[in-house]
Design a protein around this ligand. Sequence first.
Ligand code: ATP
Ligand code: MG
Length: 346
Amino acid sequence: MEKTMLTGDRPTGKLHVGHYVGSLRRRVELQESGGFDDIFIMIADAQALTDNADNPEKVRQNIIEVALDYLACGLDPEKSTLFIQSQVPELCELSFYYMNLVTVSRLQRNPTVKSEIQMRNFEASIPVGFFTYPISQAADITAFKATTVPVGEDQLPMLEQTKEIVRKFNSVYGDTLVEPEILLPDNQACMRLPGTDGKAKMSKSLNNCIYLSEEPEEIKQKVFSMFTDPTHIRIEDPGKLEGNTVFTYLDAFCRPEYFPEFLPDYTDLEELKAHYKRGGLGDMKVKRFLNAVLQAELEPIRKRRKEYQKDIPYVYEILRKGSEKAEKRAAETLQDVKAAMKINYF
Ligand code: ATP
Ligand code: MG
């Protein structure tokens, strides 16, 4: 069977290191592995409008920011199709037919939608478009017959919903759509990276992010003001790792080579953690190490981003070509769908 990857991001802000460890880094690895027949990466502007209808300019401007972040991280337009959701109208048509296969109560039970409604204070007046975005997300995934969707943990309920739609469609109209598999990060810290405030997940909407384009001095400031273990007061005190944001970030970002490079008196992260738990290791030393790790990870990304930023028309051209290719593929699926439903009358 063909292997196709689809994933994407909402253009509601620049991408942050939560996106990077939750999905972006994996996409680039999979792209380089050569294991896929096709890779589609979508900038979900239409979905972003479902809760930003009054601010289309924000969405418009962030399309280019997200595209720059993609290219900076190593997504390669020769190997991956980068496209803009709204430029593929077939996705709306698919959503329209899928809406008949989902109940209102099923959407109300979707835990991600529930918590997002709360976060946005939508309780009293939920826009219909926002409420139904899991259906439109099912259209995005199935339009490309995606087999693999690498995303963070918050997307699990979305993938479940998509699978249900696929099963329902196939059982009513005959085998047409492909059931996708979610690909979660293999490391717990990356599933839902907390914000620099240590509380909720890092999210553009919560102002607790380290952005991929962040300058070195800002990264350092954010790392140095992070939460550790509040009971770890003197260096000699034993420290806790649970809920310690600095160690969560090390779990997400540290590579073995960073030890000989930045902290040669330890062999690996396990040894560093053991010392912290025992006592005798100060927070500042761990923060300095995390800062060095993040600077090493983000410097090449920031540099590449600045290069692409010099030629914005070229970036738009990549998105135009990608959107054309994506539309062709979605149109094929729409034909299959209409044929299965027997609504291809002429
Ligand atoms: P918004 O606040 O507009 O919803 P967001 O920061 O939640 O923005 P999305 O565009 O909704 O970002 O998510 C894009 C992808 O990044 C998804 O696959 C999601 O699972 C992943 N992701 C987002 N934030 C995190 C995080 N903190 N940790 C791990 N993965 C994340
Ligand atoms: Mg989100």
